[in-house]
Ligand binder design. Structure first.
Ligand code: NAD
Ligand code: UDP
Length: 322
């Protein structure tokens, strides 16, 4: 069984990827410090508790666990915090990732699937956004993701590393079997906040900006189900391990929904309206971010099957009710 290191496999997207890997016949070996992850989310293979920055551990892990490929989710991901503490973000998201690439070279491992982000595009000139749209991040978080994409390109050319940089739009939803789901702390993402406000577990949702140049004045995003993201990772890994070319690909649906549309759909899922109040725009939020996902569909054969809003909200709600 091919053994795949999953850095950050105890987190939200990484745990869904571990499940998808196991289903596809791989053995996911999670490396996670649990700084933001959860031990109980690691259910489809072993957990090695440790930090990505621990080079000695990484070296041992890659050889002793007979790792053949890497999926890399481990990072910090709060945009606001990245503005206040850029050093923390560069150290974990960039320096530690470069260390991982070095360790892969030492161990002779050549395939890596990397979690990139729509944040690398900054404020887009147009929507939907194709991969060759200018990448001009507007915060340190996006810069760190772009820095790694650039490193992958140069390392690929020089050292024969094959890579896939998957630029997620808005990950949402939870495993349809209820085995894992989203549990960030603090939680800043719209879908869990809306559902928990609807369940009375949080204060009313603040609509960050109601005067955007969008049909209903609230910001538009491209929500993609986390299990669809996980499937794309397995497809990308198979491509790389079969000797396929490296690529950067958007993972989104191509359909944008406003904050109000998310509230409406969540209200339908819960059977009661979501308490909310208007609030000022959140700094750094573009009005609209929608993917052109055609490259991932063409090159990876990826097709999102659970990313319609009702399925996203139904699976997320089932998870949050547990
Ligand atoms: P998450 O915080 O749930 O998962 C990240 C995991 O990495 C956590 O389990 C954490 O403990 C671990 N980790 C972080 N630093 C580590 C280190 N130095 N050593 C060991 N483990 C470490 O986040 P997520 O939502 O699952 O995001 C996964 C990846 O996807 C991140 O790279 C993020 O930037 C990217 N991404 C997420 C979204 C989204 O909507 N959630 C969108 C675009 C990109
Ligand atoms: N949003 C909001 N209220 C919240 C959280 C988010 O209005 O409490 C909006 C946010 O401004 C953005 C969208 O919901 O337009 C999605 O935000 P999220 O933080 O989930 O993801 P992001 O797009 O920032 O990656």
């Amino acid at each position: 069984m091919t053994r795949v290191l999953v850095a950050g496999g105890a987190g939200y997207i990484g745990s869904h990827a571990c499940k998808a890997l196991a289903r596809a016949g791989f053995m996911p070996v999670t490396l996670d410090s649990l700084i933001n992850g959860h031990e109980q989310a690691v259910r489809w293979g072993p957990l090695v508790k440790g930090d990505l920055g621990d080079r000695a551990l990484l070296g041992r892990l890659l050889t002793e666990e007979k790792i053949e490929a890497v999926m890399h989710f481990a990072a910090y991901l709060y945009v606001g915090e990245s503005v206040e503490q850029p050093a923390k973000y560069y150290a974990n998201n960039v320096t530690n990732t470069l260390g991982l690439l070095d360790a892969m070279r030492d161990a002779g491992i050549s395939s890596i699937v990397f979690s990139s982000s729509a944040a690398t595009y900054g404020t887009p000139e147009r929507n939907p956004i194709p991969e060759d749209h200018p990448q001009l991040p507007i915060n340190p978080y996006g810069e760190t993701k772009l820095a790694v994409e650039r490193a992958l390109k140069w390392y690929g050319g020089a050292y024969g590393i094959r890579w896939a940089a998957l630029r997620y739009f808005n990950a949402a939803g939870a495993d349809p079997d209820g085995e894992t789901g989203e549990a960030h702390d603090p939680e800043t993402h719209l879908v869990p906040l809306v559902l928990e406000a609807g369940m009375g577990k949080r204060p009313p949702v603040k609509l960050f900006g109601t005067d955007y140049p969008t049909p209903d004045g609230t910001a538009v995003r491209d929500y993609v189900h986390v299990s669809d993201l996980a499937d794309a990772h397995v497809l990308a890994l198979k491509r790389l391990m079969a000797g396929g070319e490296s690529l950067a690909a958007n993972l989104g649906t191509g359909d944008g929904y406003s904050v109000r549309q998310i509230l409406d759909e969540a209200g339908r899922a819960l059977g009661s309206p979501i308490p909310h109040e208007n609030a000022p725009r959140r700094a750094g939020d573009p009005a609209e971010l929608v993917a052109d996902p055609s490259l991932a569909m063409r090159e990876l054969g990826w097709k999102p099957t659970r990313s319609d809003l009702p399925t996203i909200l139904k699976t997320a709600l089932a998870w949050h009710r547990r």
